[in-house]
Ligand binder design. Structure first.
Ligand code: HEM
Length: 480
């Protein structure tokens, strides 16, 4: 198997990219309706793969008219070709965070924040270096602060279980994640910073208005066209989130003084740094957690009591031997680590990636090579790449120990952080600077869960952004 996505000396047959974009306006519109309503995203892609007998093909991607001026993309939907999107020497990542459209900059104080910048822009390097140094400085707070937030979360979950017989994880998990990131960056609880418990709702509205062109609410069929007109045809006005955003901005501006002082040393203007910090906390960190944590709980919950017992054994034995939950003890929990990678593989929290070809290039799938021209938009639907049956055995199955031992070799095909799991974020690439923090938080979440409980059951559902998980039972730990 070739490990490179593109190679001029490829021995695979060079083929024209199959597929077409249809008539102007009507082609993109049909693709949008198929994607959201008639087929749904997985079937939309799978049908085109089957039709063209290729994991690389041309298609339109939503939203199309009138939000995106050019919806035409080349889709790369296998583990090999997808990796071209991770190579910033080949693709330009300017304004492509949300795909073929850029939400109004009024959502971000008039600034193009870090996630919209290509590494060739000088601002990207200063902002990303600043974030990496900020996270390094906060490193010692990660474990104790997150454990405190998790203790509060489990109290809330148990309280809801005893009152209602079940506990909806998503809302409680969102509050926990908001609290954690706010306290990490502002050194204050949101309650002491005039935000109270409203933080998640403020960010939710702001996120929804930006991401509406990419979501469907799953309403009854007769409302589909009305929803399409409302969410996917014209951008929703940023003014609807203006006062919510201002509250969040003011809180960060008031309470993260030392962070903003530090940003100025990186040559970043104070207000630009603060808008970037709000985006980092609200879109990247809180937004990412919103889909990640419920998916983790869902998959581990559905995996059942055998895996729960193995995790509890590993976690309790190592915590006891090491005398606590530390970076070193977490590092020794090989099964826990593998389970976290597997959750990130089977349901990557950010499923779409885009990049514009920087030059003419050849991109390989498993079976053929295709020429992509400079300036063309390349799009990857990550779940198909990380569930590629030619790389992962039983790709649709959650296999907790998949990445143990020899399985570690497959980590290079885990792409959730917009980079290979074996690579690290730098100022010159577009990999998530929160990568290692995110892995740590997932591990600590499992540690806290299995220090407290022997097993649990979950009812899973689907939301417009990711999965939902509802605790149906929790069995308290019998031995520690
Ligand atoms: C919680 C789960 C998280 C997930 C799933 C996630 C995922 C991602 C992904 C996929 C990207 C690349 C987007 C693209 O360009 O296509 C990204 C970028 C980014 N993430 Fe994360 N992230 C998470 C948490 C965090 C955290 C905790 C931070 C910081 C504290 C963070 C900061 C950023 C920043 C600043 C970027 C832009 C990087 C750049 O422009 O080079 N993220 N993240």
């Amino acid at each position: 198997m070739s490990s490179s996505s593109s190679s001029p000396t490829s021995e695979l047959p060079l083929k024209p990219i199959p597929g077409n974009y249809g008539l102007p306006f009507f082609g993109p519109l049909m693709d949008r309706l198929n994607y959201f309503y008639f087929q749904g995203e997985e079937k939309f892609f799978q049908d085109k793969i089957n039709k063209h007998n290729s994991t690389i093909f041309k298609t339109n991607m939503p939203p199309g008219p009138f939000i995106a001026s050019n919806p035409k993309v080349t889709a790369v939907l296998d583990a090999i070709s997808f990796s071209v999107l991770l190579d910033t020497s080949k693709v330009e990542k300017l304004n492509v965070l949300d795909g073929t459209f850029l939400p109004s900059l009024s959502f971000t104080g008039g600034y193009r924040v870090c996630a919209y910048l290509d590494p060739s822009e000088p601002n990207h390097s200063s902002l990303k270096s600043f974030f990496l140094s900020l996270l390094a400085k906060k490193h010692d707070q990660f474990i104790p602060l997150f454990r405190t937030c998790l203790s509060e979360l489990f109290i809330d979950i148990e309280e809801q279980m005893s009152k209602e017989g079940e506990a909806y994880f998503n809302t409680l998990g969102d509050s926990m994640a908001f609290n954690f990131f706010f306290r990490l960056f502002c050194d204050k609880s949101p309650v002491d910073a005039q935000i109270g418990s409203k933080g998640p709702k403020l960010f939710d509205k702001w996120l929804f208005l930006q991401l509406a062109p990419l979501v469907t609410l799953g309403l009854p069929k007769f409302l589909n066209l009305a929803e399409d007109l409302l969410l996917h045809t014209f951008p929703l006005p940023s003014v609807l989130a203006k006062s919510d955003y201002q509250k969040l901005y003011d809180a960060f501006n008031n309470y993260s003084d030392s962070i903003l002082d530090e940003a100025e040393k990186f040559g970043i203007k104070r207000d630009e740094a603060c808008h970037n910090l709000v985006f980092l906390a609200g879109f990247n960190a809180y937004g990412g957690s919103k889909t990640l944590f419920p998916a983790l709980i869902k998959w581990v919950g559905l995996a059942g009591p055998k895996l729960h017992r193995q995790l509890a054994d590993e976690i309790r034995t190592i915590v006891k031997a090491e005398g606590g939950v530390t970076f070193s003890s977490l590092d020794k929990m090989v099964l826990t680590k593998s389970v976290v990678y597997e959750a990130l593989r089977i349901e990557p929290p950010v499923p779409y990636q885009y990049g514009k070809a920087k030059a003419d290039m050849v991109v390989n799938s498993h079976d053929a090579a295709f020429e992509i021209k400079k300036g063309e938009m390349i799009f990857g639907y990550q779940p198909l790449a990380t569930k590629d049956p030619r790389v992962f055995e039983n790709p649709e199955e959650f296999v907790g120990n998949r990445f143990l031992g020899e399985g570690e070799k497959l980590l290079k095909y885990v792409y959730w952080s917009n980079g290979r799991e074996t690579a690290e974020p730098t100022a010159d690439n577009k990999q998530c600077p929160g990568k290692n923090l995110v892995l740590l938080l997932c591990r600590v979440m499992l540690v806290e869960l299995f220090l407290r409980y022997d097993t649990f059951t979950i009812e899973a559902g689907k939301l417009f952004l990711g999965s939902s998980a509802t605790f149906k039972s929790l069995t308290k730990a019998t031995s520690i």
